[in-house]
Design a protein around this ligand. Structure first.
Ligand SMILES: [Zn+2]
Length: 278
């Protein structure tokens, strides 16, 4: 996961913009009447998110005189729609990261409702609840609701884990070589954070995603490693891999690329020709 600052868009203003072009006057009046509920829910959300207490946010099906289905439509038709009045806010959040904040690998092609709109309709267009994500992560998280502080999904606006090293890997000898990824929490992490990171890693199948990327990376450098090994030997291969690790880690400490190169470099078998396809 990569963390970024929360959107600075105001929840009440965003909601007001979204409902500004609702044609049905009676519906528009009912929607406008709950603007304060939207503002209050957003402020409460931020307070709780800062303390990993989002599991305490109440699940309320209907807000004032507005149904869950009507609030879901405010998002789908009046915020996510191409020419919708809320599209400017949607695009601002969408464009706040090029890569999915959850897997950090695939491109952004959706906004993920951190607390799903089906269960928390009052948060359907609340900016701090909308996270730029890929469709695979969005789908994997679909409608998941936190039950306790221990199983609350990591939140890219409120949890920050990228400064600590937590992703590690190991080369599995075989043809071709494979990197297995795992979560290994630093010693100073609380058990609760470790559990949440493990759930994040498992729930989004990040191990498989990163192993596939590592396999492709190996394909792209195999020719170069073969040449280095033939002319300069095993230690030169290791030095090349360590240089690549350092550069990749400086860019993204827990990125699959940094961990891949470190795993390659740490394996004697790999450095001494294990990178070869046969
Ligand atoms: Zn993703």
């Amino acid at each position: 996961m990569n963390s970024i600052d929360p959107p600075i868009l105001d929840a009440g203003d965003t909601y007001t913009t979204c409902i500004s072009r609702v044609k049905d006057a009676a519906l528009k009046a009912r929607l406008a009447a709950i603007t304060n509920d939207v503002r209050t829910a957003s402020a409460d959300y931020v307070d709780k998110a800062l303390e990993n207490r989002l599991h305490e946010v109440p699940r309320i099906a209907n807000v004032g005189g507005v149904t869950t289905a009507e609030l879901k439509k405010v998002y789908t038709q009046h915020m996510a729609g191409k020419n919708a009045p809320g599209r400017v806010a949607y695009d601002e959040i969408f464009n706040s990261s090029a890569k999915c904040l959850l897997c950090t690998q695939r491109k952004v092609d959706a906004l993920d409702h951190h607390l799903p709109k089906a269960h928390y309709p009052v948060l359907a267009v609340t900016p701090v609840n909308l996270i730029p994500a890929c469709s695979a992560c969005n789908k994997a998280k679909l409608a998941s609701v936190p039950g306790t502080a221990d199983d609350s999904a990591l939140h890219p606006y409120f949890d920050r884990i990228q400064d600590d090293r937590w992703l590690h890997g190991l080369v599995v000898t075989g043809i071709p070589a494979v990197v297995r990824f795992r979560v290994q929490a630093p010693a100073h992490w609380a058990t609760q954070l470790t559990n949440r990171v493990q759930l994040h890693f498992d729930g989004l199948n990040l191990g498989d995603l990163y192993s596939a990327e590592a396999a492709e990376e190996l394909t792209s450098i195999r020719h170069q490693l073969t040449n280095i090994h033939r002319t300069e030997g095993m230690q030169a291969v290791r030095e090349e891999l360590l240089a690549r690790f350092e550069s990749a880690a400086a860019a993204q400490l827990n990125g699959w690329r940094a961990v891949t190169y470190e795993s390659f470099a740490m394996s004697d078998w790999f450095c001494d020709g294990g990178f070869a396809p046969v």
